[in-house]
Design a protein around this ligand. Structure first.
Ligand code: T3D
Length: 261
């Protein structure tokens, strides 16, 4: 598939996806939803990719649903169907993807753009980034997974506040609330993201993926189920070449050379 609304590159184990409709702060139209979903799928299947970075072109990460496209489509498709066939596929693709995803949040992440940012495994925000549940401003409820992710990440009271006020939460506050992992000066976002991506791409990919599974599924389990699931996944990790390499490297007092297998 050739892409028109996103940029995609792979270098040395790191795939970078750039949402690329900067004139609209990378608002999602149907084509960009489809292309972003497709590119995550192919990055997931590409054995050369061990970490994925998602960012936005220009001054925004993503302003969410393209409201011009929303108005144009009128009642030709119900919002529920649009969500099910569009954003839900994208969000599920990201959360179940067997590679770690870093969201390099370079500007505002609003509406569904916030949902997509929350579906990344790690968020590194520039100091001029912000997060906004823009939905109530247009008479909608939060969607694209934001009702699921946000209360878990920052608690019900803060999530509800974000939903009903639709105020921007600046990067510094997002850090304090646990919505992002790091806040960095805007000019250093690419370099600091690249260093994180390098670290993840050089790591034991299978162990990272199984960790992602354990933590994502663990939300909905009681302790006994979560312990059992951990044991099951650890069996898998324990049979990996990276587990053997990690132990050998420790005993030989050298750095491990993980292959991701
Ligand atoms: O369809 C379904 O399945 C339902 C799903 C819904 C999911 C959703 O995401 S609903 C929420 C949609 N998003 C919004 O409501 C946010 C709308 N945008 C804004 O409120 C503001 O643009 C921001 C607060 C994000 C940023 O403000 P500011 O002042 O930094 O930028 P701006 O001047 O408003 O925007 C710059 C340009 O981008 C501007 O175009 P222009 O005037 O320069 O030609 C603006 O119209 C355009 N733009 C920004 N956001 C969108 C957009 N165009 C279309 N859709 C947008 N979402």
């Amino acid at each position: 598939m050739t892409y028109e609304t996103i940029l995609y590159s792979v270098s040395d184990g790191v795939a970078t996806i750039t949402l690329n409709r900067p004139a609209k702060l990378n608002a999602f139209d149907d084509q960009m939803i489809a292309e972003t979903t497709d590119v995550f799928k192919s990055a997931g299947r590409d054995g050369a990719v061990r970490c994925i970075v998602l960012t936005g072109a220009g001054r925004g990460f993503s302003s969410g649903q393209d409201l011009g496209a929303f108005q144009e489509r009128g009642e030709n498709i119900s919002i529920g169907e649009h969500l099910r066939h569009g954003y839900h596929r994208l969000i599920r693709q990201m959360v179940t993807l067997e590679k770690p995803i870093i969201g390099a949040i370079n500007g505002i992440a609003a509406g569904a753009g916030c949902g997509v940012a929350l579906a990344a495994d790690i968020r590194i925000a520039s100091d001029n980034a912000s997060f906004m549940l823009a939905f109530s401003r247009i008479g909608l409820i939060p969607d694209s997974g934001t009702n699921w992710f946000l209360p878990r990440l920052i608690g019900y009271a803060r999530a509800f506040e974000m939903a009903v006020t639709a105020d921007r939460v600046p990067a510094a506050q997002a850090l304090e609330w646990g919505l992002v992992n790091r806040v960095v000066p805007a000019a250093q976002l690419p370099e600091i993201t690249a260093a994180w991506a390098r670290r993840l791409a050089d790591g034991p990919t299978l162990a990272f993926v199984l960790t992602k599974r354990a933590m994502n599924r663990g939300w909905d389990m009681d302790l006994s189920e979560a312990l059992e699931y951990e044991a099951y996944l650890q069996e898998v990790a324990g049979r990996s070449a990276d587990n053997r390499e990690g132990i050998a490297a420790f005993l030989e007092k050298r750095d491990a050379r993980f292959t991701g297998a």
